[in-house]
Ligand binder design. Structure first.
Ligand code: COA
Length: 358
């Protein structure tokens, strides 16, 4: 359904822990090898938060970076949505912490939980708010610190995840054109048991005498089932988002999938007939950063000059819930800071030339 007002993405940003953990470091914790992790997942290293780093801290860093990219001030933001399943606390929301820290004094703020798919869900919600004319600028952040909920003695899971935050700034398009061409959101709660971080919420009875053992609060996953779910749902989500945007898969220039496993990404690309050059991935450097992974992958592709402006991009996420979602985006955003630097550089050389000529 076409919304009355267009929305486009004008900024993207990242917030990353400084600490890099390589596969070889993990061999000191569990019975694994760099070769096994690389061939089964494509992951070589990941960022892991220090004890002093928090989900809100990474989200704030990503928010500031995205605002800098867009060249706008925090007090012009109307709404902040943080997609996270690992918030600092049950409340206050991580979004409220971001709002306070960056000085987004006019913004409403809330968290949204759809696990690794959260960022695409949040983008869709932001699109609706802008599309209906309610808000003009929305900051959408995906932020997670999964390392706090991993059993570092379980080789099946601890090798997969990394920590980080990624952000998008969305703006109403005054010219009436839209940058978000379509969104597609799905869920299947019958698969809830396949991927979970149990005993961290109110379902765990407060007996006062038998707190859950640490290991009962760690991430639990049926890896094979999640793998099969992902390889089927990603192509479906891409095709459906294309159909509702009125384009075909051939019209998509770049696919930015959730960065869980390079084999899932390649299998989906193959089913869709996409070439390796069209894939945006950084799973080798970041691992699975959950809700942060899609903006982080796009952010890094922009740093590497992989993304041409303008281009048509498909974002596709999947994860616990089960949930999966996609969006078709007409990408027109340029890094305001780079443009400013270029302008200053050109002005400097013109001034120099003029001085020499005098
Ligand atoms: N190092 C070495 N061996 C490992 C290992 C590790 N880190 N993790 C598991 N193994 C072992 C298993 O114990 C198993 O041994 P066994 O045959 O003796 O029992 C063997 O490797 C093969 O395991 P299998 O489950 O067949 O591997 P796989 O090819 O399915 O890969 C995953 C496992 C987890 C990488 C893969 O299933 C996956 O990526 N699933 C999706 C997970 C995901 O993306 N989750 C997040 C979604 S948002």
């Amino acid at each position: 359904m076409k919304l009355p007002v267009g929305a486009r993405i004008i900024g993207v940003g990242a917030g990353l822990p400084a600490s890099v953990v390589k596969n070889s470091d993990l061999t000191r914790l569990v019975d694994t090898s760099d070769e096994w992790i690389t061939t089964r997942t494509g992951i070589k290293e990941r960022r892991i938060a220090l004890d002093t780093e928090t989900t809100s801290g990474l989200a704030i860093e990503a928010a500031r970076d995205a605002l800098g990219f867009a060249g706008i001030e925090a007090d012009t933001i109307d709404l902040i949505i943080v997609a996270t399943s690992t918030p600092d606390d049950l409340y206050p929301s991580t979004a409220c912490k971001v709002q306070g820290a960056i000085g987004a004094v006019h913004a409403a703020a809330f968290d949204l939980e759809a696990a690794c798919t959260g960022i695409v869900y949040a983008l869709a919600v932001a699109h609706q708010f802008i599309g209906s004319g309610t808000y003009k600028r929305v900051l959408v952040i995906g932020a997670d610190i999964h390392s706090r909920f991993l059993d570092w003695e379980d080789r099946n899971t601890c090798i997969l995840f990394g920590d980080g935050a990624g952000a998008f700034v969305l703006e109403a398009d005054e010219e009436g054109e839209t940058g978000i061409l379509s969104t597609y959101l799905r869920a299947d709660g019958t698969g809830a048991h396949l991927l979970s971080i149990p005993n961290t919420g109110s379902a765990y009875p407060h007996t006062g005498t038998t707190p859950p053992r640490a290991v009962e609060r760690y991430l639990q996953m049926n890896g094979k089932a999640i793998y099969n779910f992902a390889v089927q749902r990603v192509p479906e989500a891409v095709k459906t988002a294309c159909e509702s945007a009125g384009i075909t898969v051939e019209d998509v220039d770049f696919l930015v999938p959730h960065q869980a496993n390079i084999r899932i990404i390649k299998s989906a690309a193959e089913r869709l007939g996409m070439s390796p050059e069209q894939l945006v991935t950084n799973v080798d450097e970041m691992g699975n950063t959950s809700a942060a992974s899609i903006p982080l992958a796009l952010w890094q592709a922009i740093q590497r000059d992989q993304i041409k402006v303008p281009s048509t991009i498909c974002l596709v996420g999947f994860g616990a819930g089960l949930t999966w979602a996609s969006a078709i985006v007409r990408w027109t955003a340029r890094d305001h800071r780079r443009i400013q630097k270029k302008t200053e550089h050109t002005k400097e050389s013109t001034d120099k030339r003029e001085t020499q000529e005098v």
